[in-house]
Design a protein around this ligand. Structure first.
Ligand code: SAM
Length: 247
């Protein structure tokens, strides 16, 4: 039997297990394995799940935070109701979504932000990895608007160019940052999770006055990957894409 056959079979095994236990996605087991290893969600916690559709992680977050917990999900796509969770349709990079999350909190404080966010994949690994790096970095910046000192953050990342920039930006903001690959992820996948615990009360000097996105862009520039700045109506939006040096 081919390696691919074993990988597909194992992936399907997780899907079967998830379905038999009533979880909407195989990914639910990735969060369960992160939880088993790091205990990021505690009973009574307020959890924000960024990129929550179709709701597998929301189900796990509701179980782990218990009756006293509060779980809020946000996604571009509508999610069928998950008992015990509140869901917002929106783009996490939009200020309007941040305002709606704040309004939903009703004065409570978010303890942990978890994110399995993924862009629409093109199938071209370099492009997908670059877009995903930017998206995960923007989620870190959004999470920093909510997480108090001591709080936790989990995000999906795809291995590749520039990832160290994001890992370093996380290390400037949290005292404990580790990469973790759940066995429920495909063996062939380059997907892994960045598990950040104990938000620092003050960012480390290298990050002072900078967003994580600015730090990642600086890291990419240091690697010789040019960063593009787009001016839109006086507002400067910083993003990156790969450019040929002579472009
Ligand atoms: C892999 S799915 C999440 C699966 C989920 N963890 C589960 O177990 O059900 C990734 C999600 O990220 C969402 N997403 C991508 N970009 C987003 C953005 N800018 N804001 C909010 N959600 C986004 C996608 O719509 C997609 O539903």
């Amino acid at each position: 039997m081919s390696k691919r056959w074993y990988q597909d079979n194992r992936r399907d095994a997780w899907r079967r297990i998830a379905r038999s236990k009533g979880y909407r996605t195989r990914s639910a087991y990735k969060l369960k394995q992160i939880q088993d290893r790091f205990g990021v969600i505690r009973a009574g916690d307020c959890v924000l799940d960024v990129g929550c559709h179709p709701g597998g992680w929301l189900q796990v977050a509701v179980e782990e935070s218990g009756d006293e917990g509060l779980v809020i999900g946000v996604d571009l796509l509508a999610t069928s109701p998950v008992e015990g969770a509140m869901v917002i349709i929106g783009d996490i990079t939009d200020d309007s979504s941040i305002e709606r999350i704040n309004a939903t909190l009703g004065g409570r404080e978010i303890n942990v932000v978890v994110s399995d966010i993924s862009p629409n994949l093109t199938g071209r690994y370099d492009t997908d990895q670059t877009i995903s790096l930017e998206l995960s970095t923007l989620v870190l910046d959004a999470a920093m608007r909510f997480i108090p000192a001591g709080g936790s953050f989990v995000t999906k990342i795809f291995q590749g160019t520039g990832i160290e920039g994001l890992v370093n930006a996380a290390k400037d903001r949290f005292s404990n940052v580790q990469r973790f690959s759940p066995t429920a992820s495909r063996n062939s996948s380059s997907e892994t999770y960045l598990v950040c615990q104990k938000r620092l009360s003050r960012v480390r000097p290298a990050a002072r006055g900078k967003s994580a996105l600015e730090q990642v862009n600086e890291h990419l520039s240091g690697l010789g990957i040019l960063v593009e700045e787009v001016d839109e109506d006086e507002e400067t939006i910083v993003g990156f894409r790969r450019l040929n040096k002579d472009e």
